[in-house]
Unconditional design. Structure first.
Length: 189
């Protein structure tokens, strides 16, 4: 909810702070580049270190703090740093989150588990921008909208930390590896 809401207004916010349209596009594109490139490194680190919780907590922290700090950015140059930091935080957390989901959904079915995750993600992606739109509609400012996003950010971090305490080792959620009987299939299969 938090980062999708922020992404829905960062372009107009940068323009309000004085950034040109071309610069808004460059910032958005560069943020995506940094985010996707960093996912490779983050995924590698999660696999090598097994830090299923540490890495996503850092990523969520960066992501959520950067969005909230956008409320304090009085200049577009400063807002750019927070926008890039938000993309970096999302990139850092994503690989570890997906790895934990793969362990947590083993018993219920990975397709169902990832589908549930995506459904909740889409609900947040819809509600976040609607909340910011309501703030703007009722004569609030972009800064107020970003400040209000601190509420779901704190809630998300709280749930993450609670999950960390309840399930310290996500690999333990795997109940076993499914065995497939290949008897009767041709060797080429």
């Amino acid at each position: 909810m938090t980062y999708e809401a922020a992404r829905s207004i960062t372009g107009p916010y940068l323009a309000l702070l004085g950034a040109s349209g071309i610069f808004v596009g460059i910032v958005a594109g560069f943020g995506e580049l940094v985010g996707y490139a960093l996912r490779l490194l983050s995924g590698y680190l999660v696999d090598k270190t097994g830090q299923y919780w540490g890495i996503p907590i850092v990523g969520h922290g960066i992501n959520m703090v950067a969005v909230s700090l956008l409320a304090l950015a009085g200049h577009w140059e400063l807002a750019v740093y927070f926008i890039i930091a938000e993309r970096m935080g999302k990139a850092i957390r994503t690989s570890a989150r997906d790895a934990m989901l793969s362990h947590a959904t083993a018993e219920m079915g990975r397709g169902w588990g990832f589908g549930m995750h995506e459904a909740f993600d889409q609900v947040g992606a819809m509600l976040g921008p609607l909340i910011v739109a309501a703030v703007l509609y009722f004569n609030g400012s972009y800064q107020t909208g970003f400040a209000i996003l601190a509420i779901p950010a704190v809630l998300a971090l709280s749930v993450l930390l609670a999950a960390r305490m309840l399930y310290p080792t996500p690999r333990d959620l795997e109940t076993g590896v499914a065995r497939f009987d290949t008897e009767g299939f041709p060797r080429v299969f």
